[in-house]
Design a protein around this ligand. Sequence first.
Ligand code: FAD
Length: 693
Amino acid sequence: IEYDTADIVILTAIFAATIAYFTKGTLWGKPKDLFADVAHTNGSAKAGKTRDFVKKMAESDRNAIFFYGSQTGTAEDYASRLAKEGHARFGLRTIVADIEDYDFENLDTFPSDHLAFFLLATYGEGEPTDNAVEFYEFLSGDEPQFSEGASAEEKPLQNLKYVTFGLGNNTYEHYNAMVRRIDGWLTKLGATRYGSAGEGDDGAGTMEEDFLAWKEEMWQVVCKEMGLDEREAVYEPILKITEDESLSPESDTVYLGEPNKNHLEGKAKGPYNSHNPFIAPIAKSSELFSVKDRNCLHMEIDISGSGLSYTTGDHIAIWPTNSGKETDRILNVLGLGEKRHSVIRVEALDSTSKVPFPSPTTYDAVIRYHVEINGLVSRQFVASLAPFAPSDKAKAELVRLGGDKDAFAEEISSRYLNIAQVLEMLAPGQTWSAIPFSLIVEGLTRVQPRYYSISSSSVVQKDHIAITAVVESIRLPGSKHILKGVTTNYLLALKQKQHGDPNPDPHGLTYNITGPRNKYDGIHVPIHVRHSNFKLPSNPEKPIIMIGPGTGVAPFRAFVQERAALAAKGEKVGKTLLFFGCRNSNEDFLYKDEWPEYSSKLGDSFKLVTAFSREGPKKVYVQHRLQEHADEVNELLKAGAYIYVCGDAAHMARDVNATFGRIIAEKRGQTEAQGEEIVKRMRSSNQYQEDVW
Ligand code: FAD
């Protein structure tokens, strides 16, 4: 390709603006031990062993470390992008680090000319993400014990220079609590922050734009404080991907989607966890309702013999597979359709980087099992593809969209396009074969398991985990494009297969339903279990009030199932009051046939209050019914009732919280502020629990 001067100016700008995108692989690879067999050019697996990050930085000659506390992969993505950008634009020698891989006792020995970045998501009720719990607990104590023994009052972290950004959701009460607390503790211990403590808001849908705006200012401060000059950035892949013609997909060392070596060798074994899924049989599946374009699944997943266990209120994670339709789309648009089954080796080019999935593998397996190809497209990533566009026109469009956040929101994000659809739209009929595959792998996030609130009781069925999932299918008014949820459509296909359809294709999507090397045949799905704090009171005589519209009823089916079983055994069970809401009693009333059965066992102690939003002249929601039952609710609360709320975080959970505050205020002659304060106290003492998403 030949470029003229204007092109070079544009390309340089694009490189500079977007290079940050090319790093993700540095962080992926959590399951590193499981990949220990994987070929690495430079022993990166070994380099990852020490838990002393100061030593590791010294050994690998790095001066900036990017820690991430990530639950769904976004913080991890941001850490890798920033690290790449810091290196490409400012010459920082960077390393990306899963915060759980290191100990923090020696944070006080961090060299003063180095820089630590903390990209920290807040999870649930203002909690740290799973991988940041230890770090959080270490700093949260009154007197964290640092290696040189200085007390908190002596400001042991005076050498530490840091940068921080939080990922939160303003619809939750403890918005960005993690970054706020960590930032406060670090400052209190004497550390110096460069730039503002950034906050991204998923609730407002502005996470990516918040991040982009924050980081520009942050880099200015970092440059000034560290005396760095911006330089021309060039694309430096962190993964080397090469085709290996000596191997074929039939070779038994080639990963066709198996998550790790044990799975590849047919010797999968526990412990099963977020790094190592159990390939679980689906014992039963059905549709709780199926009206035009809306399905809701009930599935029972068999965990017997796996060593996995759950308790009522826990979550199950489902590891999805991308659909054949979207796998084909992206492979074709990248010009890889014909060689999709070629064997490739994926190696880290940098000793501190990790390979994000096992290798050798194939293009098909990488896309189908490991890369999130359907998700929201990032503006920065789109811009980064411009140098590889198949035409000047497509290149110009990428530059325009990459630089204009409003145009990008209108033309791409709000239309729910995925990355392959964007490429198809910008260069109809052409392939984008100049895009390095490494860039796709580094620039898109890794497929994440999706969580579901378990809808069965472990007391009643300890080996069968039930889930209740609405199949995501969203069509925008006036658009032909329908957004299809990755996991829920896969589950729907599994259900169809179980019911005799040999080639299920919900909504035109097909799936490699029998999994890599047919290992998921006989209707299996990869899963793990995540324990939660959403728990029934240990004393079943305590009254409970549950609010769960839609699939928010999932854990409450489990709660009621459990209490009914206890009652049937003759135990005394307290009042069990459930508020459930849906559109219509004949359409989407979940578990409609089961409630009378539970009621027969629980007698007067069970009460179901329904809100059917589309049945009356006015829309009625659960919070309205709650208000109507104010007297009863207040009496139960006085008797020590526990409150549980599950489902939609954005609106319902907030409205329900406010309604409880109002009920308490009204019924006890208090002000609204006092009512709210009482609810707040109930939340902090776990008498008010939420399981919202
Ligand atoms: P995805 O493919 O992940 O899409 C989900 C959403 O992402 C879309 O609706 C859309 O808003 C956005 N999106 C995706 N692609 C794009 C794009 N290209 N452009 C713009 N936006 C896009 N769900 C249940 O049904 N039942 C439960 O009991 C349940 N419990 C949960 C418990 C917890 C703790 C959590 C965190 C979530 C729970 N969920 C539950 C939600 C569930 O995890 C999934 O998010 C949901 O099923 C959708 O998954 P999916 O893979 O089908 O959709």
